[in-house]
Design a protein around this ligand. Structure first.
Ligand code: MN
Length: 376
């Protein structure tokens, strides 16, 4: 049996103020085609279907149409959970009768103990939740960390394991050891990795043959033989411009998976170059007119009306920053840290007042500094 694993659609998300709904619809159409070409038996959507819990009518209409197309037109069973961006109750509206056509939506801890069996595999749908919800569900105040809460949940699931089936978990969490690139805009490798309060240890998932995750937009965030992030359907941050987006096709007989790329149109690119090169009509930067593009300028001087000039040539320019400015700042910062306070003042005083430090002022500053140092 072949199962398509996707996640993090974030329908309704904007990019630097640009509406992405058409981009998302195009990526969805390609995803649908991948499902057809590979004759998959079901599709997993591992959370963050919506970008916001209070989505607009237009966005709700778009998501409904997408799910209906897959489920009713293509007769595809769907396994859907809520992520931290979804409103559980809103996403779950209708789930009681959606089941009739194989559209399985679960947004609660309780629902995670009603596995869905398709062919040779049992699917457990565990949505994103806060430890507080697990404390209430299990009536256990000791479940203060998400890792403990998920471990407890998985132990309870194991009691429901059918011995003659494979076991797949669909979930939406930050797994310890993942590199935290690209969720919510940050390119930063934050320190919430091993043992962090909001991280689930890899060992929590030992019981499962495959763990279909959503949440991190980098599909390579974790390297594990049976745990996989699908990555986002579309590039949502400049840190994701060099990532390949797509989905996974899981073969349940061998429990192996294969990545299928879904190119984004228009593309989202990141270009580092000088303003002159970027504006030169004869130079090919590999940016199509419709592409979203973020620039990092190598120039150091001030460029008046920068964004308007960039957008005149690149209408979908999402932002601009400077390479050199950052480096300069870092260098200056390092130099300043090494400087003696008196040397720093000798430099700073004429910059601030236009006149050099007088002998009297110097004497006074030296005496004050000595006094402060003596007190340390
Ligand atoms: Mn998420």
């Amino acid at each position: 049996m072949r199962i398509l694993h996707t996640a993090d659609w974030h329908i309704g998300k904007q990019l630097a103020g640009f509406d992405l709904l058409d981009v998302q619809r195009r990526s969805f159409a390609k995803l649908r085609q991948v499902a057809k070409d590979n004759q998959v038996d079901a599709m997993i959507i591992a959370g963050d279907v919506y970008d916001r819990s209070l989505a607009s009518e237009r966005v709700v209409g778009t998501v409904n149409k997408m799910l209906r197309t897959l489920n009713l037109d293509d007769k595809l069973p769907l396994l859907v959970i809520s992520g931290n961006h979804d409103s559980g109750p809103r996403l779950a509206t209708g789930h009681e009768w959606f089941k009739a056509t194989g559209l399985h939506v679960n947004t609660t801890i309780a629902g995670a103990f009603q596995p869905v069996t398709i062919g040779d595999t049992q699917f457990f749908l565990l949505p994103y939740f806060e430890p507080r919800q697990a404390q209430v569900y299990f009536e256990d105040d000791s479940l203060r960390r998400i890792g403990d809460a998920v471990t407890r949940t998985v132990h309870a699931m194991e009691e429901l394991f059918a011995p003659d089936k494979h076991h797949v978990l669909v979930s939406h969490f930050f797994v310890a050891g993942s590199s935290h690139v690209g969720e919510n805009g940050g390119a930063s490798e934050t320190s919430v990795s091993v043992g962090g309060l909001d991280a689930v240890p890899v060992s929590a998932f030992d019981a499962f043959d495959y763990v279909a995750l959503g949440h991190l937009h980098n599909r390579n965030a974790i390297q594990n033989d049976h745990i996989q992030y699908a990555g986002s359907l579309v590039k949502y941050d400049v840190s994701e411009t060099n990532m390949l987006k797509g989905c996974y096709i899981l073969d349940t007989e061998t429990m192996t998976r294969e990545f299928v790329q879904i190119p984004q149109t228009p593309e989202f690119r990141h270009v580092t170059d000088s303003f002159a090169h970027i504006m030169d009509p004869d130079r090919d930067l590999g940016v199509a007119p419709d592409d979203f593009v973020q620039f990092t300028l190598t120039d150091t001087e001030i460029i008046p009306d920068l964004m308007n000039r960039l957008r005149a040539r690149y209408p979908h320019c999402t932002g601009v920053d400077r390479q050199t400015q950052v480096n300069l700042d870092q260098e200056m910062h390092a130099q300043i840290q090494d400087l003696d306070p008196m040397a720093l003042l000798t430099d700073f005083y004429p910059e601030a007042t236009g006149a050099p430090l007088s002998a009297g002022s110097r004497q006074w500053a030296e005496a004050t500094l000595q006094e402060v140092r003596g007190a340390e």
